[in-house]
Design a protein around this ligand. Structure first.
Ligand code: SF4
Ligand code: SF4
Length: 215
């Protein structure tokens, strides 16, 4: 899922300056899980904007604003209210924001309420963990299903570096060295021989942006 964090209210208000009627759009997927763009966050932002003298004309929470078909439906249902608003404030990730912009088909002022941080997994305690950087050339098969591109701050494909100390990373001493984790995992799986395979530099042409995939 895409991990987001809400911007501070003072920044949001700065962008909304001079626009009094605001329509809010949230996200029923990732931003709901991140507690940045679900029903309760929309209501909290609505209350805060109203306290600051804005009129919130309405809101909608498309199940996944990054999917055109879903955002089109939500926009169509709220067309009149949106048309009567000065601005739209979006509580979603950068994908959702751009998808809403592309599907709006109106010359309307759009503003953002969230920062997009990373693609993350959610652990049992509810923490968001960056585990994949979408490099387009996955090496997990060779690394015990632990991603060195993302979990090693140097993205080393052949590790560990000389800085690891008692299994901890030299960049952050509270963090396990990804390559020691990989070693331990491969040992457990009886696959230590994989470490002898020197991994060649990544083909960065696969990371050339913007990427696109058509089915
Ligand atoms: S190697 Fe890491 S960053 Fe690349 S696709 Fe696999 S998990 Fe993602
Ligand atoms: S100590 Fe380990 S995780 Fe940290 S930079 Fe070196 S190889 Fe990567």
């Amino acid at each position: 899922m895409i991990i987001t964090k809400q911007k501070e209210l003072k920044e949001i208000l700065r962008h909304l300056e001079g626009q009094s009627k605001v329509f809010l759009i949230g996200c029923g997927e990732c931003s709901t899980t991140c507690k940045t763009g679900g029903e309760s966050e929309i209501k909290a932002v609505k209350e805060a904007l109203e306290k600051a003298g804005k009129a919130v004309t309405g809101y909608c929470i498309p199940s996944a604003p990054c999917v055109s078909a879903q955002v089109k439906l939500a926009l169509a249902k709220n067309r009149k209210t949106i048309d009567a608003s000065d601005a739209i404030l979006i509580l979603a990730c950068g994908l959702g924001i751009q998808s809403i912009k592309d599907n709006l088909r109106r010359d309307k002022s759009i503003h953002i309420a969230c920062d997009t941080l990373f693609m993350g997994a959610v652990d049992a305690g509810g923490a968001f963990l960056e585990r994949c950087s979408a490099c387009g050339d996955c090496v997990l098969e060779l690394t015990g299903m632990i991603c060195p591109v993302t979990r090693c701050p140097k993205s080393l494909l052949n590790g560990p570096c000389g800085g690891q100390n008692k299994g901890k990373c030299e960049v952050d001493k509270n963090m396990d060295c990804a390559w020691i984790l990989i070693y331990n995992e491969l040992k457990k799986q009886g696959k230590l021989g994989l470490l002898r395979q020197i991994k060649t530099p990544k083909d960065h042409s696969k990371l050339s942006k913007p990427r696109q995939l058509e089915l």
